[in-house]
Design a protein around this ligand. Structure first.
Ligand SMILES: [Cu+2]
Length: 285
């Protein structure tokens, strides 16, 4: 029932700006959208701030030959393995955005978004409190960088048994309400170019100006395309502590959408010690 899917390492929308310390706009892998699930692809371009420009490009197979699969976990937990070509678990990872492993989970109708950070078990599996919710099909995106390899996103499809009700995608809106906060979206995400998006956070009609760094930034934005769940991971312009980036109310992102269609945007931000996720439906032209 679990479909291990291997997807490409990502293509950077903006050259060489991976890295939480820089916090610059970053795009993960538009090309996966067009790829059938069984296809593997070449490794990502080297990420600039890891000092690996000088390294020769790895053979495509070398970096791409990782696979992901579910692993056994206690009740209420979710575990998976990342394995190399030799079939052994990959156990050495670089920290990216404060964590070695970012796991994005969403139901296939784009509801139930979760962004969690599993822990590496002694047996090499990653485990976390289950991010799965009500019945239905789910896709998990494991976003990581194995030490010495390329940053990449592997996807794993799984299912929560039971009678599933598909939720229609909420209507497109430039305003999202979450946990008493209102987040407004300014800017237009267009296909095939770089789009500047500004998200502005307010509460009770007042701009929030004391956002807290979360994973090294004031906001993390993930976009998923309806139907094929193409994954777009974007990071904000500016970083906490860089002397020019204010802690709200505005969070600015640069993103490139590889293609059009309806997308769901998920903004994680932290305020007063809690992380909130504001969601928007956006139609990309
Ligand atoms: Cu994360």
């Amino acid at each position: 029932m679990n479909t291990a899917v291997k997807l490409s390492a990502f293509t950077l929308g903006m050259a060489g700006v991976f890295g939480v310390s820089l916090g610059a706009g970053q795009l993960l892998g538009p090309d996966r959208a067009e790829r059938p699930e069984h296809v593997q692809s070449s490794p990502a371009a080297a990420h600039g701030d890891h000092g690996d420009h000088a390294a020769p490009e790895p053979e495509p197979a070398a970096a791409a030959e990782l696979a992901i699969s579910r692993a056994d976990a206690p009740d209420g937990r979710f575990a998976f393995l990342v394995t190399g070509q030799d079939g052994k678990p990959v156990t050495s990872y670089d920290v990216e955005h404060d964590k070695k492993m970012h796991l994005i989970v969403v139901r296939k109708d784009l509801s139930g978004f979760r962004h969690v950070h599993p822990e590496l078990r002694p047996d090499g599996a990653w485990e976390v409190e289950s991010p799965l919710g009500e019945p239905g099909g789910y896709r998990a995106f494991a976003d990581f960088k194995p030490t010495g390899g390329s940053a990449q996103v592997l996807t794993l499809d799984t299912e929560v048994p039971g009678s599933a009700t598909e939720r229609p995608l909420p209507a497109a809106s430039e305003t999202a309400e979450v946990d008493g906060y209102t987040v407004t979206l300014d800017g237009t995400l267009t296909a095939g170019g770089t789009s500047e998006l500004t998200m502005s956070v307010s509460r009770d009609g007042k701009p929030v100006t004391d956002l807290q760094p979360y994973l090294g930034a004031y906001g993390h934005l993930v976009a998923l395309r309806k139907d094929d769940l193409a994954y777009l991971h974007v990071h904000p312009e500016g970083a906490p502590g860089d002397g020019k980036t204010a802690p709200g109310p505005d969070i600015t992102f640069f993103a490139e959408a590889p293609s059009g269609g309806d997308h769901r945007l998920y903004l994680d931000f932290q305020h007063e010690g809690r992380v909130h996720t504001a969601e928007f439906t956006v139609h990309v032209h």
